[in-house]
Design a protein around this ligand. Sequence first.
Ligand code: DC
Length: 247
Amino acid sequence: MAFLFGVFKNLFCIFAQIISVLEEKKIIITIDGWSSCGKSTLAKQLAKKLGYIYIDSGAMYRAITLYFLRNHVDWTDGKEVTEALSNISLEFEYNPASDKSEILLNGENVEYVIRDLVIAEKVSDIAAIKEVRAFAVTQQQKMGEKKGIVMDGRDIGTVVFPDAALKIFMTADNAVRVERRFKELYDKNPNITIEEVKSNLEMRDYIDSHREISPLKKADDAIILDNTMLTEKQQLDMAVSWAKGLI
Ligand code: DC
């Protein structure tokens, strides 16, 4: 009996060690960069390749913006902002049809509504509010507690996960970014003009990189990935090799 107990105890210890080694192997990968340079495309593909969870942090700011617009929240009033945030619940839910996790705002799937230009026009202002940032960052950090996550945004490598094992800072030629975003939005709204898209991107980049709290900037230890001349496959291969070197 004592012998059997010893065997089971040893087996349990070995099993626990294997689990902890496997868990340690998981890392946090952050992808920051300018609007429309392909962060979410890379983040989603990289997460899939590694069996990690992908979190689109921009979707959280967009969903908060949608809530503020729908509920006529005066976001210049700190009290109103705090009150509104206390009524917001954000969750991600995997949708097999789109093969990605989609955002739920108080239980409603708003993944597609938040991509509208109406939201894009206001989101940078709302993402610059300190209460909004604190609200989103706390939730993002919780999502990374178990590691095994790829998160894209503007301040993920600098503020949300400053100790992340792999940080990528993405950039691409301005004209290429405008063209990519235009194609994406034109499919949904053929009335959109390239000038509208260009001015929205320029405005967001300016506000995102000049705001007081957590402005967009490259973390000192981030690797720059300029994908102007790269295919999706080439950029994915690069990122996978960086990640594999750390796992
Ligand atoms: O990645 P995106 O374009 O969906 O992001 C929408 C806006 O949200 C972007 O203009 C800036 C803001 N954002 C942010 O401030 N911090 C993040 N981590 C992610 C997005």
